[in-house]
Design a protein around this ligand. Structure first.
Ligand code: SAH
Ligand code: SF4
Ligand code: F3S
Length: 475
């Protein structure tokens, strides 16, 4: 049994990051393990978590499991969890309650926990105490070991917990069963060293480790060959890409340029921390047409006092300066979105009004807004949480009003224009329509023939709602 330890997870050593290329293999006696068995993977977290689920799925399929979309039909269920806020926790435990009932009827069912919650000491202790009926727990650092973990469990028939706390390596050569045939997630780095005081990610994902540029470029080139139209370069703080290289001077602007040069139609990247956003990066984004004019630039708060308590390393003024620089260089057509937390410890009415005024000034295309949720083991969890629940809810409501107003305003500007849309699927809302995104990340519902799915088409926008646009194909 290997249980997570936050003290270990917090450590950052100077040890060289190793790129390991031969770590993933399936033991001979596990190669047919999934024959005639179905698997179900549920994802709770961010894009990185989604991509991890694609890797988990591919590993299971390498063992001959087949996929099902219904957990009731599965022989193996894996919950790929998120730890970012309390409600992510609650959702997972709610699902485990339902699965427990299923397991009582279906005794051969295997159930595993993966993802960021698996990296939390308290969660794993709770599983060991109260969820002994589960079969295995693995973390974010040892996904490639899943075949061995299943093998151990088959031998022991007991709850197998195998979570690594401190990982300093990059595992290459993992398979991936991508959900989309048109757009793909590509990890460019793992972990985060920023340690914002409210955030659990540096503990659940470990130290910052950049993948080698050539491995990333090769992956993108293969995606182009396979007909992919869009890649999203993933990292918790992609702008810090390459800062951990000891010998080479190769940063995010270099990577962006080299990925753009592969000729893929669209390049996206998330998430950008304002601290590491360089002028050179902005120049490269402006220079290449296939680098999307879409920047997700989380601000978290408009109060410099709160930003300091959050450990974000910038002030309201320096954020605004960067924001304006990006706008000036990329033009008013560029789309800039953000993340905001309300009700951080110590946030008073004046601080919150600073956040509102920042939102008014930036007129974001959209924003993810959250109520602060204390995460055990983080510095902010020890601060006095002095904002009442009612007040937090009120602030979220007031903030969303401003965000929604500008989201609609930004969308209104599209009416009458013709824009390029990567059509991904039939629209969820209306199955006579197709749905896709502009390079500025606007959801567009479009009247067009299904044959256009997977293509980038011109769409004339006719109507704007707060969160989507409607249009017709402009042939
Ligand atoms: N790496 C990204 C953020 C990843 S987490 C960045 O630095 O911008 C996504 C968002 O969740 C964060 O931007 C933040 O707004 C929110 N978040 C993180 N921890 C939180 C917490 N403890 N309570 C509420 N929201 C939180
Ligand atoms: Fe969390 Fe901050 Fe790292 Fe983003 S940059 S993942 S908010 S610690
Ligand atoms: Fe959640 Fe982990 Fe992503 S905590 S947001 S799944 S990095």
């Amino acid at each position: 049994m290997k249980i997570p330890d936050f003290k270990e997870a917090k450590k950052r050593t100077k040890e060289e990051i190793k790129i390991l290329k031969n770590e993933y293999n399936i033991p001979d006696d596990m190669k047919d393990y999934g024959k005639n068995k179905k698997y179900f993977v549920k994802t709770y977290g961010c894009q990185m978590n989604e991509h991890d689920s694609e890797v988990i799925s591919a590993i299971l399929e390498d063992m001959k499991f087949t996929k099902t979309d219904y957990y009731e039909d599965a022989d193996l269920i894996i919950l790929n969890t998120c730890a970012i806020r309390e409600n992510a926790h609650n959702k997972t435990f709610g699902m485990l309650g339902r699965i427990k009932h299923l397991k009582q009827e279906k005794t051969n069912l295997m159930v595993g926990l993966a993802g960021c919650m698996s990296q939390e000491e308290s969660v794993v202790n709770e599983i060991i105490d109260k969820y002994k009926w589960m079969d295995f727990v693995f973390g974010t650092h040892n996904i490639h070991k899943l075949p061995e973990i299943l093998k151990e469990h088959t031998k022991s028939k007991k709850l197998e917990v195998n979570v690594w706390s401190n990982e300093g390596n990059v595992i290459e050569g993992l398979p991936s069963k991508r959900d989309s045939k048109y757009k793909a997630w590509v990890n460019i780095m793992y972990g985060c060293d920023k340690f914002c005081t409210y955030c659990i990610v540096p503990y659940t994902r470990g130290k910052q480790r950049s993948r080698m540029p050539e491995d990333i470029i090769d992956e993108v080139k293969n995606l182009v060959k396979d007909g992919y139209k869009e890649v999203t370069l993933l990292g918790q703080n992609v702008n810090a890409y390459g800062k951990d290289f000891k010998e080479k001077d190769y940063k995010m602007e270099n990577l962006l340029e080299d990925v753009a040069k592969t000729g893929i139609d669209r390049v996206r990247f998330v998430t950008s921390h304002p601290w590491d956003f360089t002028d050179k990066m902005i120049d490269v984004i402006a220079k290449y047409d296939n680098i999307c004019n879409y920047i997700h630039l989380p601000v978290q708060s408009g109060s410099s006092k709160i930003l300091k308590l959050m450990g974000r390393r910038y002030s309201k003024e320096s954020y605004l300066e960067l924001y304006k620089k990006i706008r000036n260089k990329l033009g008013s057509d560029a789309s800039i979105t953000t993340d905001i937390i309300v009700g951080f410890p110590g946030e008073d009415e004046k601080d919150f009004e600073e956040t509102l005024s920042l939102a008014e000034e930036c007129k974001f295309d959209s924003a993810f807004t959250f109520i602060y949720s204390p995460r055990e083991g983080t510095p902010a969890a020890k601060m006095v949480d002095n904002v009442s629940k009612e007040e937090k809810e009120k602030r979220l409501y007031r903030l969303n009003d401003v965000i929604n107003k500008y989201a609609k305003e930004a969308n209104d500007k599209y009416v009458g224009k013709t824009v390029k849309v990567l059509v991904e699927s039939v629209s969820e809302k209306d199955n006579s329509m197709l749905a896709g995104y502009t390079d500025t990340m606007k959801l567009v519902n479009v009247k067009a023939d299904k044959k256009y799915i997977g293509q980038i088409i011109n769409v004339k926008i006719e109507d704007a709602k707060t969160w989507s646009l409607d249009g017709t194909i402009d042939e």
